[in-house]
Ligand binder design. Structure first.
Ligand SMILES: *[C@@H]1O[C@H](CO)[C@@H](O)[C@H](O)[C@H]1NC(C)=O
Length: 130
């Protein structure tokens, strides 16, 4: 009888804890991406943060923390703003900063698996992964 109760409580705990982990924080969704894209200096800061070559702003640190998971899970925990934002940044980097993009690919997609996985989907969005 007691075991039953313990199991029930454990299961309930897991069930309740899950939804909170289902999405990344939207705390930084109001960051002005156009401002960052316009400024090479700001953009470089984020890139260096992701490459572990420089300091991270709080939102940069958050991005770095979740990027591998987001790539792995098809950005399924991303808010729509985050998805849109990722595409915008990717487009900018691929078109205008191919060397920074390459370095990010080398770090986060060494085997080229994600490139393969996302190539088709992103080409529909006008993002051409080489
Ligand atoms: C994201 O992009 C889609 C397609 O361009 C658009 O319909 C949607 O309103 C955007 N959402 C946000 C939150 O920016």
């Amino acid at each position: 009888m007691r075991l039953c109760f313990v199991l029930f409580v454990a299961c309930l705990g897991i069930a309740l804890a899950k939804p909170q982990e289902a999405k990344y924080t939207t705390k930084y969704d109001n960051v002005d991406l156009d401002e960052i894209i316009k400024s090479d200096r700001l953009m470089k800061n984020y890139v260096n943060c992701l490459l572990e070559k420089g300091n991270c702003t709080p939102d940069g640190a958050e991005l770095k923390k979740h990027l591998p998971d987001a790539l792995h899970t098809d950005c399924s925990k991303c808010s729509e703003t985050q998805k849109n934002g990722s595409k915008k940044i990717m487009r900018h980097l691929i078109d205008n900063k191919p060397d920074w993009w390459k370095q990010l690919e080398d770090k986060y997609d060494k085997e080229g698996t994600y490139k393969k996985k996302y190539r088709e989907e992103l080409s529909k969005e006008g993002i051409q992964l080489q």
